[in-house]
Design a protein around this ligand. Structure first.
Ligand code: B12
Length: 563
């Protein structure tokens, strides 16, 4: 058999060194804290379950290989060496590359070049978010053999079988082939469309034991793994491309399988949290209620959290169950996206604002950690409409909010509309810009991306920090302090967090600690870049800022405005 040994690599999903721009600054710098790749664990488990016995697949998640010392943030500059060494030192017949995001394109470029240098005869298969959206471009730009579109478990094995001229009729009947693009005999790109989505009951338990998760656990300090209960979303929000990966029909794992997966993952890996990645766990209420009730009866001793629930499917019964199962303080994400009613309609999200208010209120009362997702910079959005989004976030006062600029993904209605109205700013294949912090994809008479980023950062400082709801709740203020001190370990220059920790100490009557944090905030203003980012907030009317300014005066310390 010619193609027996497969190296499956998750490429880094931080910014590639060649894509760093000179204007990167504190606001665009996010600490890189990857969690192990569910794609790799899922692909490996499926491959091992259905493969020919001679095949051997080795998965390596490059992202978690950079956790090198306990308690030390990842130094992303070492990824190049890790990737080079990994490709060089492994012997393989097929390199299978996994990319989460479009802006990972340069890592694909690097990996393909390395592979062609050290293993010129190996086949290369590319899967994940980037080829799903841009299969043709991926095949033109990189010297690869196949670009996999969307759900990849069955396609990976079909391709490996194909390269070996191996026919497995049972497998092909159960999982009809498709879902990739490749070059045909005459060199043209040929698409083999997806004809089949996997029945979730056929997915084995993700093979975390094949990944280096212990290294991640030990060095990151987190014992968290991702999990999924469902795939697919029936809605048609104009900005979303998730249907390209999972289809529009929602598929659930049987509750028995999911509970078994949770119990086994706990037993093998001693996790403290399982984080659900689903687009929305709650499309089918009966499934969710059954799952939560049965999870409660299992008395799991770990927590579980979720990236996203749809407000449309949330009600008090579900929230009560979430509290019972998750316990207070657990992270629950809700995607609201816009605070402007006409924009809700335009993007076909159609959330009811009173329902949002109600759901957030009940969740907060029941002490879940409410995290809201927001988008700003839709095509033709006015600054006034954007302000309504910030105003609504201000009103809801969730525990955390993520404000992101809109990125128009090909395949979405939003992309088509923007293209038709001549609003696309730069070539859609400038992939570095698919990173929202570098996004510049849309034209507007009202705003540019510099302004959007500034508005977003101001809203973040105000809503997530200076006006944080837990500052006013005595029995929750310590939870916020812990969050801030954790953040400072990863982003030690976050001046506002220094000020807030100092302020919380003042509220709790610890003058020495107040002084310590205020002094470290003061010292950081000497750095011109930091001063430029944070100086303006010293003029904002908040108790913490007033107290910090009072401290400066008491101690005759002066912060000069920077240029
Ligand atoms: C978890 C997650 C994250 C995590 C990453 C977690 C980690 N590993 O550390 C975090 C929080 C970092 C994240 C961030 C962002 N995310 Co995100 N995220 C997700 C989410 C919810 C789940 C991903 C996942 O694990 N899915 C389950 C696995 C099994 O699916 P998968 O990775 O797609 O893999 C399957 C296939 O792609 C394929 N496949 C993958 N690799 C390979 C390799 C081979 C060889 C083959 C054959 C097949 C194959 O087979 C796999 C199994 O079927 C998805 C939404 C979703 N439901 O998928 C969004 C999603 C991936 N994120 C998305 C986006 C846009 C972002 C952000 C860019 C948002 C933003 N604007 O800031 C940021 C990036 C931030 C940054 N600069 O780093 C988009 C990606 C769009 C795209 N195609 O580029 C998605 C699809 C959500 C959406 N619908 O918009 N995200």
């Amino acid at each position: 058999m010619k193609y027996r040994s497969i190296l499956l690599l998750k490429l880094p999903f931080c910014t590639h060194p060649d894509a760093m721009s000179a204007d990167d600054n504190f606001r665009t710098r996010a600490p890189f804290r990857p969690i192990p790749s569910l794609a790799l664990a899922a692909l490996t488990a499926f491959f091992d379950k259905y493969k020919h016995p001679d095949y051997e697949l080795t998965p390596i998640d490059i992202n978690i290989e950079a956790y090198t010392k306990p308690g030390t943030p990842i130094d992303t500059s070492i990824y190049m060496d890790i990737l080079t060494e990994t490709v060089k030192s492994h012997d393989y017949d097929i390199l299978a590359l996994s990319t989460l995001f479009v802006f990972n394109v340069r890592w694909v470029e690097t990996a393909v070049q390395l592979s062609r240098q050290y293993h010129p005869n190996a086949k290369i298969i590319l899967g994940g978010g980037y080829p799903t959206l841009f299969p043709d471009h991926a095949l033109q730009r990189h010297d690869i053999d196949a670009a996999v579109i969307g759900e990849g478990e069955t396609t990976l094995l079909h391709l490996v079988n194909r390269y070996n001229n191996l026919h497995d009729p049972g497998f092909e009947q159960k999982f009809p082939p498709g879902g990739y693009a490749a070059r045909g005999q005459n060199g043209d790109i040929v698409h083999n469309p997806t004809t089949h989505f996997i029945d979730m009951a056929d997915l084995p338990i993700p093979a975390w034991d094949k990944l280096n998760v212990d290294k991640y656990f030990e060095n990151s300090g987190d014992r968290l793994l991702p999990i999924e209960g469902s795939r697919g979303c029936p809605y048609g929000c104009t900005y979303c491309c998730t249907y390209l990966s999972w289809g529009k029909k929602v598929r659930y794992k049987p509750v028995d399988n999911l509970l078994d997966e949770m119990a086994q993952t706990r037993k093998k890996h001693n996790i403290h949290t399982l984080h659900f990645n689903d687009d929305n766990l709650g499309f089918r209420k009966e499934w969710l209620i059954e799952f939560l009730n049965r999870a409660m009866n299992q008395n799991f001793d770990f927590k579980f959290s979720a990236s996203n629930y749809s407000v449309k499917h949330m009600d008090e019964e579900i929230i009560d169950l979430l509290v019972k199962v998750y316990g207070p303080g657990q992270f629950v994400g809700l995607a609201v996206e816009t605070g402007c009613p006409s924009m809700q309609k335009k993007i076909n999200k159609n959330l009811d604002f009173d329902k949002i208010r109600e759901v957030v209120k009940i969740m907060k009362e029941k002490k879940l950690h409410v995290h809201l997702h927001w988008m700003v910079g839709f095509p033709n959005e006015t600054v006034e409409q954007i302000q309504r989004t910030f105003a609504f976030a201000r009103e809801l006062r969730a525990h955390s909010n993520q404000f992101l600029t809109v990125t128009p993904y090909p395949g979405t209605k939003l992309f088509k509309e923007a293209e038709a109205s001549g609003l696309l700013n730069i070539p859609e294949t400038d992939f570095d810009k698919y990173d929202n912090r570098r996004s510049e994809y849309l034209k507007s008479d009202e705003w540019d991306y510099k302004l959007l980023q500034e508005m977003i950062y101001d809203a973040n400082i105000e809503i997530n920090f200076l006006n944080h709801p837990q500052l006013d709740i005595p029995d929750q203020i310590d939870e916020f302090k812990t969050y801030l001190t954790d953040l400072l370990k990863r982003l030690p220059d976050h001046i506002i967090s220094h000020i807030l920790v100092g302020y919380i100490h003042k509220k709790k009557g610890n003058p020495e600690e107040r002084e310590k944090y205020y002094r470290s905030a003061f010292q950081r203003f000497e750095d011109n870049g930091l001063c430029k980012t944070f100086f303006k907030y010293l003029h904002w009317e908040y108790g913490s800022i007033r107290d910090f300014n009072a401290f400066l005066e008491e101690n005759r310390l002066k912060i000069e405005a920077c240029d």
